[in-house]
Design a protein around this ligand. Structure first.
Ligand code: NAP
Length: 271
């Protein structure tokens, strides 16, 4: 077992990639603090983890709320008494209806004319609240959780922090300037903190997945999903298990010389 007797806290652990990472870590012997904004999903995954024979606690909280994050870490330490691995994974990808319609029209035009003169029109119509919420969950949440985790990990002299970025942060996605900015910010944050804390025995790395089959993609127009698959050399969406395997690698000593790196399981859509 690669994570035997370790303890992890995974944000957004109630669904998709976070849930799969929680179960993959548990199979490697790791106890899990399962955060999610919805208490019922955090508890459901905590129960799935316990069924695999390791300890788990549900840690419902909004990672965009710094006070709530501090309380969450206190509860995690009270319940599980240790923290070796933090996975900053919680996230949203909100696409407004008019942007979805624009994307569909663009794809239709590409399919009939081979090119498009249209635009997703996402940036000039985006409300402040939409922009701020995306940045708050992804970027602020990653910072708040990392800040708390470092206090514990520095004391122990060992730790692994894994930040969930995206290919959106590497290449940009035309219809998602907020999401792309947040994910690029997470990559910059990863590299900076990695340099800061490696001397204390803490490795910080990021995963930048391509398009993975989780509920996050549900709001995307079907045409866009078909287009994504067509543009992906592997010819399919990724599976949560393929990302979870990357997280197990980055959490374990197998990746002991990986510092500030961005690993991108993406089927070749971004090379
Ligand atoms: P998902 O299935 O929607 O899971 C995300 C989880 O995070 C959900 O349970 C969500 O709750 C929770 N969450 C949202 N806001 C939160 C908050 N403020 N505090 C705590 N939890 C919160 O999506 P996923 O695909 O697994 O995404 C996980 C991460 O991977 C995200 O950071 C995402 O940006 C990233 N990612 C995903 C893909 C992909 O193609 N799926 C690609 C690249 C990167 P609700 O369901 O209630 O919102």
């Amino acid at each position: 077992m690669k994570l035997k007797s370790k303890v992890a806290l995974i944000t957004g652990g109630g669904s998709g990639l976070g849930r799969e990472i929680a179960l993959a870590f548990a199979r490697e012997g790791c106890a899990i603090g399962v955060n999610d904004i919805r208490p019922e999903t955090a508890e459901a995954v905590a129960q799935e983890v316990r069924a695999l024979g390791v300890d788990a606690t549900a840690l419902p909280c909004d990672v965009a709320d710094s006070r709530a994050v501090m309380k969450m870490f206190a509860k995690h330490m009270g319940d599980l008494q240790a923290l070796d691995v933090l996975v900053n994974n919680a996230g949203i990808a909100f696409v407004e209806e008019h942007v979805k319609r624009n994307i569909e029209a663009m794809i239709q035009e590409i399919m009939t004319a081979g090119r498009t003169t249209r635009s997703a029109e996402a940036t000039k119509t985006m409300e402040d609240g939409h922009w701020r919420r995306t940045l708050a969950i992804h970027l602020d949440g990653t910072f708040y959780c990392t800040r708390e985790a470092l206090k514990i990990m520095e004391f122990n002299g060992w730790g692994a922090i894994i930040n969930m970025a995206s290919i959106a942060g590497l290449t940009g996605i035309a219809a998602a300037p907020d999401y792309s900015a947040a994910k690029a910010g997470i990559i910059g944050f990863t590299k900076s903190v990695a340099r800061e804390v490696i001397g204390r025995g803490i490795r910080v790395n990021a995963i930048a997945p391509g398009y993975i089959d989780t509920p996050l993609l549900d709001p995307l127009p079907d045409l866009m999903k078909q287009m994504v698959v067509a543009q992906t050399p592997a010819g399919r969406l990724g599976t949560p298990a393929e990302v979870a395997a990357t997280a197990v690698f980055l959490a374990s000593d197998d990746s002991s010389y990986f510092v500030g790196q961005v690993l991108s399981p993406n089927g070749g859509i971004c090379i």
